[in-house]
Design a protein around this ligand. Sequence first.
Ligand code: ARG
Length: 460
Amino acid sequence: MALWGGRFSAGSSSMFRQVNDSLPFDQVMAVQDLQGSVVWSRALHKAGVLSADEQAQLESALNELTRQAEAGELDFAASTEEDIHSFVEAALIDKLGDVGRKLHTGRSRNDQVATDFRLWVREHIDSLRQDLTALVRALLNTANRHRDAVIPGYTHLQRAQPILFAHWCLAYVEMFKRDLSRLDDLRKRLNQCPLGSGALAGTTYPVDRHEIAQQLGFDGPCLNSLDAVSDRDFVLELLFGASTSMMHISRMAEDLIFYNSGEAGFLQLGDEVTSGSSLMPQKKNPDALELMRGKCGRVFGALQGLLVTMKGLPLAYNKDMQEDKEGAIDTVNQWHCCLCIASEVLDSLSLNEDRCREAAAQGFANATELADYLVGKGIPFRTGHDIAGQVVLKALQQGCAIEDLPLTSLQAVCDKIDEDVYPVLQLEYGVNKRNILGGTSTETVVKALYQELEALDKQD
Ligand code: ARG
C-alpha cells in the first residue's frame, strides 16, 4: 500500500502508476536517502521524539540497507513502491515494524527529495571534477608529445595564421578549466541543507538544523522552508555547466574530425576509438568524436526541458519537479562518458607533423607577416595591408607562394621590399614573432604548458 493510502478508498490505476512512479530512476539516490535518514533519526532522538533504543535500531537497519544498496542487493525491480523514499521507509517497516513507522515524523518527501538530490549532485560534481582534470592532463600530454608541430590556424575555416598544435591544445585546456570552476561555484551554492523544512512550512519538532546540515557535510541549513523544497536551481546550474562543457567537447571533436579528414590529413586516430563501415572496406570513421558532438543534443535538451518545467510552477512543491531527475541523471552519465572518451581519443592520436607544416605554409598564411614587415619599413599598416594584398594576388596569378616570388616581382609592387623579407616569410618566423602572453610562440607556449603541468602535479 502507498505511504499515503489512509485517505483513499480506491487504488491507483496502472497508467497512473506508470506516470507517477519514479523508483525506476530515482533508485540511483538510494545511498543518499539512507544517509539523510540516519541523520534525521539522530535529530529526532535529540529532539526527544525517538528513544535511544529506537534510534539505534533505525540506524543499524539503515546501515544494513546501505550495505545492501552499495552491494547492488536491493531488489528495486520487484518493488511496488512509488519512489526511493517510500522504498526505504517500506524496507524499514518490514525490518522493524512500528519503530520503522516512526522515522518519517516531522519530515516530508519534499524536504527529503531536495536533500537527497543535492547530495547526489554534490557527489557527482566530485567525480566529474576528476574526469575534467584527466581530460586536461590528456590535452597537456598530447601537446607535450608534439611540442614543435605547426598547424594552420583558421578563422571562417580559411587558413589564417600558423599556430603551434600545442597552442590549440592549450586553448581547450583553458575551456575545461573554466568548466571545472563552474562546478566549484555550483558546489558552493548548492551546499545548503533543506532537511527540516518539512512539506513547505518548516517542521514542528525542535530538531537542530545546523547539526543536521553539518552531519551531512553541508555548509549550513537552507534559510527558508518554501525555497528549500521548491528550488531546483542547483539542477539547472549542473545542466548549464554540463551543456557548456559538452559544447567545448563538441568543438574540440569538430576540430579533430576535420584534422582527421582525408582533405586535411593532419592526424590519425587510434583503432580503439574508431569504427569501420559495413559496406566500404576502406573506411575508418571517427565515431567517438561524432558522438561527443552528437550527444550535445540531449544534454542541451535536458537544460531546456527543466527550465520550461520550472518556469510556471507556483510555490512550493509540485509533482512536475519530479521531472528534474531523468534528464540530469542522463546528462551526468553522458558528460562523464564523453569526458573519458575524449581523453582516450587524445591519447590515441598521432599527428602527421610534416603534413601539418605543409598545410600551414600554404594559403598565404604569411601575408600578415609581409604587412608587418612593411610597417617595420615605415609604411602605415593599412597601406602595408594593401601592398601585401597585391602581392598575394600576384602570387595567385603565378600559382606560387609569396616567398616563391622573385625579389624583382615583389619590388614591382613596393620598392621598400628587400632581400631581408624572405626570412620574415618563413613559417617559424610568424609563429615565434607572437612572443607575447597568450600568443603562439614556442617560448610562450612551452612556458604555459609547463605551468599547467606543474599546477596539475601539485593538485595530485
Ligand atoms: N518522487 C518525488 C520527486 O521526485 C518525491 C517527492 C514527492 N512529494 C510529494 N509530495 N508527492 O519529486
